[in-house]
Design a protein around this ligand. Structure first.
Ligand code: ZN
Length: 418
């Protein structure tokens, strides 16, 4: 068995929402955590590798359930999709995966990617060919003709070059879900409304007809595949909750009525605050159209209030950033934690969302997402006290150590090649 590792002297945040513990100890044996708690009175096994975490925070690896691993945060999505042969994209995926773990993100879910490269990445990481996070892939998202996920202009025919499959009609939707499952997807992604980058008004429209939406839910659930849905407006959000969708993505109009409907269900709200913040802060400089920036700016204050309200009444929230999409770098989960704090949550609450709660959404909370004996040792050591300076989580350079299953995968903001 591999020698034990002892991470000592840091401020321990275990991801369960419990108060931080100063002078903590995390003891790792093999891939698992043997102990996490106060150091006092605990013996460190002879021969253990010791990691000094003095002046740092020790916490579970961050999670991001809204990632496009085959996109690299461009200012123009269509241009990026058209410009790169798929072979080149594969190398970018490898780079994006290392950027992800270097920033302390140890688990991701992908929600629409080119040519099933997300599924290939999951397999390559599993087989030890690539360094990367634990990965839950959706494969290609499903979108209706002209839907939010159809990025190619109408004068270019549908090809492998889009991150979505364009499907219309009940049979086509059913078959497309089967195709994702056949390729190895473990989630299904649907685009049900327009988004903030669409021309004015589209955000208020729905895209799949009720019979198409219902057959998607029925087929996915029959196949035991949870569903993530891009949905902004209230009609779509309420349809998602009633239909048993596992996660609602973006949800800029997730108001008190939506929160009431979601409370007590297994539906999670993934507000992707980071991409919205990136568009506001960097959109003009990057040359985004004014209407896109305005679409976000007009809704942001309210979106933050909706998040605070939903959290306050007990709606499940999860951490997703839209990494890879517009102006949003891979490895942004720490930014989302800071955004939750900007909504009025405490750092400990925000970290719990990005670790234990997100793990629960993925159905893996017994394996990862908290520092407890018996869990897999996905652990990060972050410079400083993040309860005092949550923004420390936003900078990869602050990640002194990143471990996945007890194995060091990154240090000082750089991935370690094996
Ligand atoms: Zn997205």
């Amino acid at each position: 068995m591999a020698a034990a590792t002892a991470i000592t002297g840091g401020r321990l945040i275990d991801g369960t929402g419990a108060e931080p513990v100063d002078d903590g100890l995390v003891l790792i044996e093999g891939a698992h955590i043997a102990y996490a708690g106060p150091r006092q009175g605990r013996d460190i096994p002879a021969g253990a590798r010791t990691v000094d975490a003095a002046g740092a925070t020790v916490m579970p690896g961050l999670m991001d359930v809204h990632v496009h691993i085959s996109l690299s945060a461009p200012s123009d999505l269509v241009k990026e999709l058209i410009a790169r042969p798929v072979g080149e994209v594969a190398f970018e995926v490898a780079q994006n995966l290392t950027q992800t773990v270097a920033a302390g993100v140890t688990t991701i879910r992908t929600v629409s990617d080119l040519a099933h490269l997300d599924i290939a990445a999951r397999n390559a990481i599993r087989n030890g060919k690539l360094v990367g996070p634990r990965l839950h892939p959706c494969g290609r998202g499903l979108t209706a003709t002209g839907g939010h996920g159809e990025l190619m202009p109408c004068w270019l025919c549908q090809s492998h070059g889009d991150i979505c499959e364009v499907v219309d009609g009940v049979e086509a939707v059913r078959a497309a879900i089967r195709r994702q499952a056949r390729a190895g997807a473990t989630w299904i992604k649907l685009f049900q409304t327009g988004g903030v980058i669409d021309p004015h008004g589209r955000i208020d429209a729905e895209e799949f007809a009720p019979d198409e939406f219902d057959i998607a839910m029925q087929t996915a659930h029959m196949m035991a595949l949870p569903v993530a849905v891009h949905a902004h407006n209230k009609t779509a959000i309420l349809r998602c909750i009633a239909g048993g969708v596992r996660s609602i993505e973006h949800g800029m109009h997730f108001d008190a009525e939506c929160a009431e409907a979601a409370r007590g269900t297994d539906t999670y709200f993934v507000p992707t605050l980071t991409v919205m913040d990136r568009i506001i802060k960097h959109g003009t400089q990057a040359g985004l159209a004014d209407y896109m920036i305005d679409n976000v700016r007009q809704r942001t204050t309210q979106h933050h209030e909706f998040v605070r309200h939903a959290y306050g009444i007990g709606v499940n929230l999860a951490c997703g950033t839209d990494a890879g999409s517009l102006l949003t770098p891979h490895g942004s989960a720490g930014r989302e934690v800071a955004q939750f704090v900007a909504c009025g949550l405490t750092p400990v609450q925000a970290i719990q969302i990005a670790t234990q709660n997100t793990a629960r959404m993925l159905g893996v909370e017994d394996e990862v997402g908290s520092l407890q004996a018996g869990r897999l040792a996905d652990v990060i050591v972050v410079e400083g006290d993040v309860t005092a300076r949550v923004e420390n989580l936003e900078v990869a350079g602050n990640m002194r150590h990143v471990l996945i299953g007890g194995r060091p995968v990154a240090a000082e903001g750089r991935a370690l090649m094996h």
